[in-house]
Design a protein around this ligand. Structure first.
Ligand SMILES: [Zn+2]
Ligand SMILES: [Zn+2]
Length: 422
């Protein structure tokens, strides 16, 4: 049987090819659900290597499968989408997703070349997932209206299509902006829900007969106060963030406003806080509207769920990091205010997303660049490949998915996602 060291050598051997692929994918920057060229380059390589795959999953996603067994089932997830440049000149991989794409392909090739899965009943599937960045709504909502998609994000659609049914664990990695260390483990990601509250009243002459009207701006103002007091009811570390804005607030000054629209994201670091804060937000709107004899309507657009990582998997990842760096070079459990649709996967399946350094400039900005190829492509790849090796070869390291729990959670999840605008 192949040793871990022998397996990791497959990455070493490919070093130059990996760096070249990394550059090529970094240059190939396409927005979510438009990653046609990126997907073509991925499938061209899979064809060349003779690895089976499905394409056009959730429009532009690709899923490649290694191993035919129905034993332990590992999913490696790589984002493939980019962001628009700030200077208006096309797109840029300013969240580093091209590194994930490159890593996925490196791991696929190493596992394929080593033939290691042929000797086990395990399966490793590589998900090249579109549209992680929560942007470009007009285009995505058009695709939804045309029935081509159900949700705004790649993983949400893939979950809905059943692509992750039967998966035991999800592995992923994302660039971080920490230049002083090599990796982070057990970070949290915040989750969010977009809320839109419409207050409906009655217009009237504001000088001659305001008493005949029902002023919706008053209702919204009352609700804004209640919402800001609400923040006080959650501990700081829960990461609750509410920043309501009024997007419609009235028209002419001589008329009592009969429609006011209040919108906000509700953000939190964990599911419990997010769900509860959404419930109490609705309460603020409802009761403030009722207090002033107004009607109201609340619509929701689900963003991403907070990421709670699997402790068991992170222990394994950390052990694999320590083969390549010292413990001082690993940041433990950082809290991030950012969000990702990997949080949705973490709600359903034991999931990890470790962070790796090696980029500089600002995320989501044109200044973003890859500065340490070794850490981004080779060392991170080894950490991930070593973790996959352990999960395949050492059954006692495995974190098992509970199939019954998954079905129940999936129902709960779709209840959350389907809180769409009426
Ligand atoms: Zn991003
Ligand atoms: Zn990202």
């Amino acid at each position: 049987m192949i040793t871990k060291e022998e397996l990791l050598q497959y990455l070493e051997k490919e070093r130059q090819a990996i760096f070249q692929r990394g550059d090529a994918f970094f240059q190939c920057a396409e927005l979510g659900f438009r990653e046609v060229e990126t997907a073509r380059r991925i499938t061209d390589l899979l064809e060349e290597w003779g690895i089976p795959y499905e394409k056009e999953v959730a429009l532009t996603g690709v899923i490649a499968t290694l191993g035919k067994g129905d034993g332990y089932h590992i999913a490696f997830v790589a984002d493939i989408d980019a962001l628009p440049r700030k200077d208006g000149k096309g797109n840029i991989h300013s969240c580093g997703h091209s590194i994930q794409t490159t890593m996925g392909l490196s791991l696929l090739k190493a596992l394929h070349d080593s033939d290691m899965l042929e000797q086990t009943d395990c399966k490793v599937r590589f998900y090249f997932t579109p549209a992680e960045e929560y942007i470009d709504f007009e285009y995505r909502d058009e695709l939804i209206a045309a029935g081509k998609l159900e949700f705004r994000s790649g993983k949400q659609n893939m979950i809905s299509l059943g692509c992750f049914d039967g998966v035991d664990c999800v592995l992923s990695a994302h660039a971080n902006g920490d230049e002083r260390t090599k990796f982070d483990v057990s970070s949290t990601l915040a989750g969010f829900m977009a809320k839109k509250a419409v207050f409906m009243g009655r217009a009237a002459h504001s000088g001659a007969a305001p008493h005949l009207g029902r002023n919706t701006l008053h209702g919204a103002t009352l609700a804004m106060n209640a919402i800001s007091f609400l923040k006080d009811q959650f501990a700081v570390e829960k990461g609750l963030r509410l920043n309501p804005v009024l997007t419609i607030g009235g028209g002419s000054v001589n008329t009592i406003p009969d429609e006011t629209v209040l919108e906000t994201y509700v953000r939190a670091n964990d599911n419990e806080t997010l769900f509860e804060a959404c419930r109490r937000f609705d309460g603020c709107v409802e009761h403030c509207a009722k207090a002033l004899d107004l009607e109201y309507k609340i619509s929701n657009t689900a963003g991403y769920l907070p990421l709670a990582q699997s402790k068991g998997l992170n222990k394994l990842v950390r052990e694999n990091m320590l083969l390549h760096c010292s413990s001082e070079e690993i940041v433990e459990s950082p809290v991030s205010g950012a969000s990702g649709d990997v949080g949705d996967l973490g709600f359903l399946i034991p999931t990890i997303q470790f962070g790796f350094s090696g980029v500089r400039g600002r995320f989501h900005d044109d200044s973003f660049e890859i500065s340490d190829y070794e850490n981004c492509y080779i060392t991170s790849g080894k950490v991930m490949l070593g973790t996959i090796y352990d999960l395949i070869m050492k059954p006692n390291c495995r974190v098992q998915q509970n199939k019954k729990k998954y079905d129940v959670k999936k129902l709960e999840y779709f209840g959350w996602l389907h809180q769409k605008p009426e």
